[in-house]
Design a protein around this ligand. Structure first.
Ligand SMILES: C[S@@+](CC[C@H](N)C(=O)[O-])C[C@H]1O[C@@H](n2cnc3c(N)ncnc32)[C@H](O)[C@@H]1O
Length: 270
C-alpha cells in the first residue's frame, strides 16, 4: 500500500491479500467469464482492467484479446502490480502492461474499447470519479463491464451468528474507511448518472458446502482483522473467537456459506 488513496482499502495486502485474491479468482472464474461474454469478441481490442490487483482477470482479458490486443491493468498497489508483471512474463503475455494509477485520477490510456472493473468501486470514496475517468478513456461505442459487492446479502445454512457478526463488522469497517459495502445495488444508477447508455444489470450469488465461498469468508475475515483492531471495532479476543467459530462452521460438510451478493452491470459510451 503506497498512497493515501489506498488507506481506505480495508483488506490487508501482502501475501495474505494476494492469496485471498487468487482464491477469489478461482471461485469466480465461471461467473466472471460469463460476464465477459457480454462484451462479445475482444480480439485485437484495447482493454483496461481497473483496480486489477494481482491481474487475475487481466490475464483472462488478455487471452480473449489475443496478441494483437492491448491490455492495461491499473492499480495503486505497487506490490500487487509487481506480482502481476512477473506473472504476465511467466505466462508470456507480452501484450499486457500494468501501470500504477489512482483510478479516480486521469488514466494513462485513451481510445479504449472495453473497461472492466471488479470489486473496486466499493473501495472508493468517489466511485463517480472512477466512472468519469472510464468514460473519458473509452472511445465512442466502447463498453464498460462492472462487478461489485452488496455485502449484507450473505446467507448460511444453518444460521451462524459468527458469520452474521463478520458481515456486521465488515460493513462497519468498510464504511468507517469511506467505502460503500452496499454499492452493488446502485451500479445501474451510478452508470446512468455518469452518462453511460444501454445500462443493464444482473445479480449472482455463489455459495459453497466445500472450499470457494467458505475459504473466501475466512481469508477475508483474517485480512480485515488488523483494520478492525485499528478502528477499535473489535478486540483481539473477539477476533480469535469469531475466527475459531467460522473455521469450525466452515469445516462441517453439512453447512453452507454464501459470498456477498454480486451485481454485474454493463453499458456503453454513445
Ligand atoms: C478487492 S481488490 C480487486 C482486485 C481485482 N479487480 C480482482 O477482482 O481480483 C481491489 C483493488 O483495488 C485497488 N485500489 C483501491 N483503491 C484504488 C485506487 N484509488 N486506485 C487504484 N487502485 C485502487 C487495490 O489496490 C486492490 O488491488
Amino acid at each position: 500500500m503506497t498512497t493515501d488513496a489506498l488507506k481506505i482499502y480495508p483488506i490487508k495486502g501482502g501475501e495474505v491479500g494476494r492469496a485471498r485474491l487468487a482464491v477469489l479468482a478461482r471461485a469466480l472464474a465461471q461467473t466472471t467469464e460469463r460476464h465477459l461474454d457480454r462484451a462479445g469478441s475482444l480480439s485485437g481490442l484495447t482493454v483496461v482492467d481497473v483496480g486489477c490487483g494481482g491481474g487475475d482477470v487481466t490475464f483472462a482479458l488478455a487471452r480473449r484479446a489475443g496478441a494483437k490486443g492491448q491490455i492495461i491493468g491499473i492499480d495503486l498497489d505497487e506490490e500487487k502490480l509487481g506480482w502481476a508483471r512477473a506473472e504476465a512474463r511467466a505466462q508470456g503475455l507480452d501484450h499486457v502492461r500494468f501501470e500504477s494509477t489512482n483510478v479516480t485520477q486521469p488514466w494513462p490510456v485513451t481510445g479504449v474499447d472495453l473497461v472492466y472493473a471488479r470489486f473496486i468501486l466499493t473501495h472508493l470514496r468517489e466511485p463517480q470519479a472512477m466512472l468519469a475517468q472510464a468514460l473519458a478513456a473509452l472511445k465512442p461505442g466502447g463498453r464498460i463491464l462492472i462487478e461489485d459487492i452488496d455485502f449484507p446479502g450473505h446467507f448460511t445454512s444453518p444460521e451462524c451468528p459468527a458469520v452474521d457478526r463478520y458481515v456486521e463488522l465488515y460493513i462497519k469497517l468498510s464504511r468507517r474507511r469511506g467505502g460503500d459495502p452496499l454499492i452493488g445495488r446502485r451500479l445501474g444508477l451510478l452508470l446512468e448518472t455518469a452518462g453511460y447508455a444501454g445500462v443493464e444489470t444482473a445479480l449472482i450469488q455463489p455459495f459453497a458446502r466445500q472450499g470457494g465461498a467458505k475459504d473466501i469468508l475466512i481469508l477475508t475475515f483474517e485480512a480485515i482483522a488488523e483494520g478492525l483492531v485499528a478502528e477499535k471495532l473489535a478486540d483481539a479476543d473477539e477476533i480469535a473467537e469469531i475466527t475459531r467459530e467460522l473455521k469450525d462452521f466452515a469445516a462441517r460438510p453439512d453447512t453452507i456459506i454464501s459470498m456477498p451478493r454480486i451485481f454485474q452491470a454493463w453499458a456503453r459510451k454513445d
